[in-house]
Design a protein around this ligand. Structure first.
Ligand code: NAG
Ligand code: NAG
Ligand code: NAG
Ligand code: NAG
Ligand code: NAG
Ligand code: NAG
Ligand code: NAG
Ligand code: NAG
Ligand code: NAG
Ligand code: NAG
Ligand code: NAG
Length: 420
């Protein structure tokens, strides 16, 4: 019954009439648009579809039967009445699978789908399940959907990009990914999203925002930047992490009380721990040895320990409102030239030290920097620039108005750059 040969468009068009012949490969030209189930039925005799297929229009439900491979993309968009779709024979899509702006789509089933280049699930406000058996994909982008969990990708070991954003009902992402060669981002989903990437060994960069729990049990290396912003994570432990290639940032995570990266040895860019209001003790970096950029540690911490720190290429800014935090270990680092950048600031509730070895007042970064430290300058008796290597100290000066009301964290970000 089955022909091995590649049939042409002409053969395909005759396929419905000549239903006895089942072409194994059907070309649909560069692209074809289906607006009714009858249009899709025309492909029921094709094992392989060559071309880009778009499904749109007023279909209520739709299915693509029998097709096993699409050499091109499958896009379903703007079908505002479509409530279910299935293509359970499709194993491979060489291009993208795009599901976009399907306002009532509840379920999408790709039960056999193993390989795809890119999956875009965009603006699917009614979707509750997306089923697949994916083994290989380059890019996965899921944005503005009503999915509660992302688990249709549990066989994937490696991707280039994984970006899950603005899915407000999302509560769980459990991933078996081992490597992410470009970027891993989970951001602005419901703020009750627990994220677990326990098999991940390395990723090029990682950004998490608005996540409630995060687990990276096997993570060893982030080649570029690694950032946690505005999460409700209480405890963050990444014990196998040894290296971050560029900047490592933990900023504005107001529930964070425990932060442990016990094997982190080097950070290639800035090391920024800032505005995590509940983080009192920053002692989870016993091996941190080298920072290629600036060190910025700002908050209400009473304890900061960086016992292995030997080399900071950039400057440093340590600021705490707590009188318990002592600047002296960091002043020692600075006077030993372990902190190599021009700028060194250390402040606590009782002490303020600010040294600028050389003027960098022409750059915009440094003007932001100086606005960030203006209030401390105003409230401590002697924190102006010093051209000597000894610290200028003002013991006992109450730095009550420590945090300027606005623009503070922007200034911190600028400091991280300006201190380089
Ligand atoms: C499908 O569309 C892409 C661009 O979106 C194009 O590069 C490709 O050639 C198309 N496929 C076919 C078979 O025409
Ligand atoms: C979707 O439909 C709207 C209005 O009917 C139209 O403006 C838009 O271009 C369509 N988008 C796509 C991707 O076809
Ligand atoms: C992550 O890496 C990719 C590829 O290098 C880059 O395009 C993207 O901007 C990076 N994202 C962040 C947040 O650094
Ligand atoms: C949160 O993550 C930690 C690992 O960091 C894990 O032990 C814990 O079970 C997770 N909690 C929830 C509620 O997912
Ligand atoms: C962490 O690293 C150690 C030593 O390489 C390894 O034995 C352990 O399995 C790793 N832990 C996880 C959860 O991958
Ligand atoms: C990232 O680092 C890992 C482990 O060191 C390495 O195997 C991988 O090739 C690097 N990836 C990129 C994109 O540089
Ligand atoms: C945290 O979220 C608030 C409100 O959405 C936003 O204004 C602020 O810039 C965010 N902070 C960071 C560090 O992303
Ligand atoms: C990480 O540090 C712990 C002790 O905190 C140690 O038991 C473990 O073997 C280390 N893992 C690696 C990969 O070095
Ligand atoms: C310090 O704690 C107070 C409340 O105790 C809070 O209002 C303030 O934002 C915190 N500052 C920082 C930088 O975390
Ligand atoms: C400051 O240190 C004192 C004495 O060691 C201790 O009793 C107090 O709890 C500490 N305060 C904070 C905020 O850690
Ligand atoms: C820093 O933390 C304070 C206190 O929670 C918050 O009001 C402010 O928005 C944060 N700033 C940024 C830029 O995240």
């Amino acid at each position: 019954m089955q022909f091995k040969s590649t049939l042409t468009l002409a053969a395909l068009m005759g396929a419905t009439a000549l239903s006895a012949s089942i072409p194994s490969s059907c070309s649909i030209g560069t692209s074809a648009t289906a607006t009714a189930q009858a249009d899709l039925d025309k492909y029921a005799g094709c094992e392989t579809l060559v071309g880009n297929l778009t499904i749109t229009g007023d279909l209520g439900s739709a299915a693509l039967a029998n097709v096993q491979e699409i050499q091109g993309s499958l896009s379903i968009n703007n079908a505002t009445l479509l409530n279910s779709f299935s293509a359970d024979s499709v194993q491979t899509i060489t291009g993208a699978l795009n599901l976009e702006k399907l306002t009532v789509l509840d379920s999408a089933s790709f039960g056999s789908l193993k390989e795809v280049d890119t999956i875009n699930l965009l603006t699917l406000p009614a979707i509750s399940t997306f089923a697949s058996n994916l083994q290989s994909a380059n890019n996965i982008i899921i944005s503005d959907t009503s999915l509660e969990s992302v688990d249709g990708f549990s066989s994937l070991k490696t991707v280039s990009a994984f970006n899950i954003n603005n899915n407000r009902y999302l509560t769980s992402i459990k991933s078996t990914l081992q490597t992410v060669s470009d970027s891993l981002q989970v951001s602005f989903n419901g703020d009750n999203t627990a994220v677990s990437f326990d098999n991940l060994i390395w990723a090029n960069n990682i950004t998490l925002r608005s996540v409630s729990n995060a687990s990276f049990a096997s993570l060893e290396n982030v080649n570029a930047s690694f950032g946690f912003f505005n999460n409700s994570i209480e405890s963050l432990k990444m014990v196998n992490l040894t290296k971050v290639g560029q900047t490592f940032t933990v900023n504005s995570n107001n529930d964070l009380t425990t932060l442990q990266c016990t094997n982190l040895t080097s950070v290639g860019g800035g090391f920024v721990i800032a505005n995590n209001t509940a983080l009192k003790s920053i002692n989870g970096f016993p091996k941190l040895n080298t920072v290629g950029g600036a060190v910025v540690v700002v908050g209400n911490f009473s304890d900061l320990e960086l016992p292995s720190l030997k080399s900071v290429r950039g400057g440093a800014d340590f600021e705490s409102k707590s009188g318990n935090f002592s600047c002296s270990p960091f002043e020692k680092l600075h006077s030993n030239n372990a902190i190599q950048g021009d700028k060194f600031v250390c402040k606590n509730g009782a002490t303020s030290t600010s040294i600028k070895l050389s003027s960098t007042s022409t750059s915009s970064g440094s003007s932001k920097t100086s606005s960030g430290s203006t209030s401390a300058t105003a409230t401590s008796s002697d924190s102006s620039s010093s051209s000597t290597s000894s610290s200028s100290k003002s013991k006992g000066a109450a730095v009550a108005q420590f945090a300027p009301a606005s623009g503070f964290m922007g200034a911190v970000a600028a400091i991280a750059v300006a201190l380089l």
